[in-house]
Design a protein around this ligand. Structure first.
Ligand code: PEP
Ligand code: MG
Length: 902
């Protein structure tokens, strides 16, 4: 018998052991460090502790068995490779401890640098750096500060104040003027702060520093800002973070050292070229924090040509390898280039399309892959309007266009105030000197973000781009005074509450509200830009990818439209018919009075007169729509309003009657109306007399509509057009309801249509859970189903459509009961299951039954993928979302893994 082997769970991977496909286990950073290591790029040696170790720690509150020993073994091998020991007093190895989750969460979790420094190894570090005492003490004070703040929760301001005191004592404002003695003094001050807040001395034992730092990174997965960010970005909460332990390299060893960020293409526009920032004599965090102003990466060519050429070579290799835009963090330590991180870079919506198109041209990817790399949310963003600028509007400042779009709103200076005003329905622009992760809630609440410092890679820029939020960063003409709630620009003071407009594409800042104009992408969809002849790479890329999506998709895309104008617009956007024409909208305005007469009629004659007056009006409505949708199917839904929408409000009527009575006026008519309104008053109108119920209760109402539809179709067809009407019965819960309506409708249709050649289908909405569950029976009487996922969600969850989102959804989102409102994106497990059951049982009863969806979900990217999977024939959505649905339907057809292209 074979000996029993206990295979120890592997929690630690050397960089050489991993690869880019192990992101689940090693996180994005760890997996890509491994990939670069294996490509032979100069990555400082190190190892990655897996997300599984983090998850085990977070569940049990302690490190899993075996982890400590594995860290020890990997540390020893790192020490061997470096020829140095962690914290050795003579020649110390120092390491950085960095978080790295599967999905990038910029700045949301913790990092500790310079681990291994203590009172003795600081001397060894100085020797290593050629007797550079200043550098060694600066590194030590950075360690105490970062370690104190992230591992032991010492308030960061205390360290900031001590640093300010040291600079004041020296009579300077610049950190670089502090010499070794000043920094040694600062280390003492920091140690006292540390001891005061933690009740213990700063740990001198390097391995203890390392273990505590690793634990702090694990715990930072659950830090509040990380939780908020994940919710916003829809990143699952149970992934955990990996931890990377990497040999330190230093960009702050003098003028021949530095650190930077590089992009292989412009993440803003997608243009080819070299983009990035470089900061001499600095550590990496200084660049990302946007605290000091950087120079453009191209200037590195003058500063250090050898490193620059080497970097360009690696950038080209990485792009070739990843076949995508890469972003890179690097450090130069005394003329030697080190690659600290790479990943497939975040980009704006425009850049996503442009780059996908370029990569196809370059032969690096095919069109399917290009389609996979963009998504409907990005396309929707490109359809946003832009500022309409004429000479009236002169910018008062220009910063960096960090995240595109046009946003106007009231200026606020704190995250809390942004949240407060946004909750009151105001548009706000969050203005800060620079943002930090604590500003996240305010950034989510704001329409746009404006900072006076920082570049394209500052926190504000990275986070805003990720959220698709307009952002201008580094507008350094702004003198921002947060405590005084104002900023000064071009001699003018802008106070909290004043309106500004920011253009995230050009970086320009305007006072007041600038009007907006439609996007080029919308102009293209509307047919006023010819993609073949326009010198606009974005429009060309959108055209190309949309054409491919259309060729690939199985789902048809229709639109929800109830006027000829909407139908025409949707058709230009690519709609292949109307999936929902809501006829109740045709009964409002000056027709309201006729409807009132109809509902309140006390004799057959009165009712018939009202219907006879409505018939020609309805017929004209349908003629208009059928003409615009010539040759394409038009689903007309019979009237479905809650009754109260047509009647005067009860309270107002009661007051009017009382006042008139008081004055002794003749109120017989008003009293009759009031009595009728009282009689028909409903506590729950959404669950009351609406839809098919109304049609069964008011004789002749549905018959009038059916007649108007049929007559309109015949007229359009006789005049040379082609009308394809589909009559849809709303709110059906039982097949008997449908059968009753259908029997009457068929008679009228046969009578009207005669030999005109017009064909009229009769089908039903599936929007009551009972209908979904009895779909097999209902299909016997229906020529098509269209899922009304708004009502299906309302009735599936028991959530009032009109009330719950404002009332308590915020709490449900906070508690993670759902990650997104089920009215916005289909609840696959619950409401989606009803759709699935109805689709299967409907088609089992009637093979080939035509299936569509016309609730709001028909234009939601994730939901489109679901409807594709369930096998519907079409989705129907508002005109503006038609292109988004076309794109996502194409993406759904080439992938089985949801709509995410993160
Ligand atoms: C629905 O319920 O999803 C639907 C499309 O109908 P309405 O929104 O008009 O109730
Ligand atoms: Mg409905």
């Amino acid at each position: 018998m074979a000996a029993q082997e206990t295979v120890e769970h592997k929690y630690v991977y050397d960089f050489a052991e991993g690869n880019k496909d192990l992101k689940d286990l090693l996180g994005g950073k760890g997996a890509n460090l491994a990939e670069m290591t294996n490509l032979g790029l100069p990555v400082p040696p190190g190892f990655t502790i897996t997300t599984e170790a983090c998850k085990a720690y977070l569940t049990t509150g302690r490190e899993p068995d075996g982890l400590a020993a594995q860290i020890e073994a990997h540390l020893e091998s790192l020490e061997r490779e470096m020829g140095r020991k962690l914290g050795d007093p003579q020649d110390p190895l120092l390491v950085s401890v960095r978080s790295g989750a599967k999905f990038s969460m910029p700045g949301m979790m913790e990092t500790v640098l310079n681990v291994g420094l203590n009172d003795r190894s600081v001397v060894g570090l100085s020797a290593q750096a050629g007797g550079n005492d200043r550098f060694a003490w600066d590194s030590y004070r950075r360690l105490i500060q970062m370690f104190g703040k992230t591992v032991c929760e010492v308030p960061g301001e205390e360290f900031e104040h001590a640093l300010d005191d040291a600079k004041r004592a020296k009579g300077t404002q610049n950190d670089l003027d502090l010499d070794a003695d000043d920094l040694r003094g600062l280390v003492d001050a920091y140690k006292k702060i540390f001891a005061k807040h933690t009740g213990r001395e700063f740990p001198q034992e390097p391995r203890e520093q390392l273990d505590l730092a690793i634990r702090a990174v694990f715990e930072s997965w659950n830090a509040e800002r990380a939780v908020v960010y994940r919710r916003q970005e829809r990143i699952p909460a149970d992934l955990g973070t990996a931890v990377n332990v990497v040999a330190m390299v230093f960009g702050n060893l003098g003028a021949d050292s530095g650190t930077g960020v590089a992009f292989t293409r412009d993440p803003g526009s997608g243009a080819q070229g070299i983009y990035g920032d470089y900061l001499a004599n600095a550590q990496g965090e200084d660049v990302v924090a946007g605290i000091r102003n950087t120079v453009q990466l191209q200037e590195l060519e003058q500063i250090d040509k050898k490193s620059y050429d080497e970097l360009l070579d690696y950038m080209a290799r990485l792009e070739e390898h990843y076949k995508d835009l890469c972003d890179i963090e690097f450090t130069i330590e005394r003329g030697k280039l080190w690659m600290l991180q790479t990943r497939v870079g975040k980009r704006t919506a425009a850049a996503a399309f442009v780059i996908a198109g370029q990569l196809v041209d370059e032969g690096l990817i095919d069109l399917d892959e290009a389609l996979h790399r963009v998504n409907g949310a990005q396309l929707a963003q490109l359809m946003f309007p832009r500022f309409r600028l004429d000479h009236e509007f002169q910018p008062v400042a220009k910063g960096i266009g960090a995240s595109p779009g046009a946003a106007s709103g009231k200026v606020v200076f704190t995250s809390a105030r942004a949240v407060e005003l946004a909750a009151e329905g105001e548009s706000v622009i969050l203005v800060r000197r620079e943002t930090n992760p604590d500003d996240l809630n305010g950034m989510i609440a704001a329409k746009g973000i404006l900072t006076s410092r920082g570049g394209k890679t500052s926190h504000a820029a990275v986070v805003a781009r990720g959220m698709g939020k307009t952002c201008v960063s580094g507008a350094d003409e702004l003198d921002v005074n947060v405590p005084a709630k104002k900023f000064i620009v071009a001699g003018q003071t802008v106070n909290e509450g004043d309106v500004v407009s920011i253009d995230g594409t050009t970086g320009k800042v305007y006072l007041g509200e600038v009007p907006v104009m439609p996007s080029e992408v919308v102009q293209y969809f509307e047919g006023s830009l010819d993609p073949e002849h326009i010198d606009n790479p974005l429009v060309r890329a959108v055209h190309r990818i949309m054409t491919h999506a259309d060729a690939k998709r199985r789902l048809l895309v229709r639109t929800n439209a109830d006027t000829g104008a909407d139908a025409a617009r949707a058709r230009r956007f690519g709609a292949e018919g109307i999936g929902l024409c809501r006829t109740e909208h045709m009964f409002l305005g000056d027709r309201r009075e006729l409807v009132e007469r109809l509902i309140l009629a006390s004799t057959d004659e009165e009712r018939e007169a009202a219907l006879a007056a409505l018939l020609p009006l309805q017929r004209e409505d349908f003629i208009d729509i059928f003409r615009e949708m010539d040759g394409l199917p038009v689903t007309v839904r019979l009237i479905d309003p809650p009754l109260h929408e047509f009647l005067p409000p009860l309270e107002q009527l009661a007051v009017n009657v009382a006042v008139a009575q008081e004055r002794g006026e003749d109120v017989a008519k008003e009293e009759a109306l009031l009595a009728a309104v009282r009689r028909m008053h409903e506590e729950n109108p959404m669950l009351g007399l609406r839809g098919v119920r109304l049609g069964l209760v008011i004789p002749g109402l549905f018959a009038m509509q059916v007649r108007a539809i049929a007559e309109a179709a015949v007229e359009v067809t006789r005049s040379g057009g082609s009308a394809c009407p589909e009559i849809m019965v709303p709110l059906v819960g039982a097949v008997q309801e449908l059968e009753t309506v259908r029997a009457e409708a068929e008679k009228i249709i046969a009578e009207v249509v005669g030999d005109s050649g017009v064909e009229v289908l009769i089908g039903t909405m599936i929007e009551v859970p009972r209908a979904a569950l009895t779909a097999g029976q209902i299909a016997e009487a229906a020529q098509f189903f269209s899922f009304g996922t708004n009502d299906l969600t309302q009735m599936g969850w028991g959530f009032s459509r009109d009330d719950v989102e404002g009332a308590f959804f915020w709490r449900y989102l906070e508690l993670g009961i759902f990650g997104i409102s089920p009215f916005e994106s289909i609840d696959r497990e619950g409401v989606g299951r009803l759709v699935r059951i109805a689709a299967e049982e409907g088609r089992a009863a009637r093979p080939g039954l035509k299936l569509g969806v016309c609730g709001e979900h028909g234009g939601d990217p994730d939901s489109v993928h679901f409807f594709h999977e369930v096998g519907l024939d079409y989705v129907s959505c508002s005109p503006f979302r038609v292109p988004v649905a076309r794109l996502e339907a194409g993406r759904a057809a080439i992938t089985t893994t949801g709509s995410d292209s993160r």
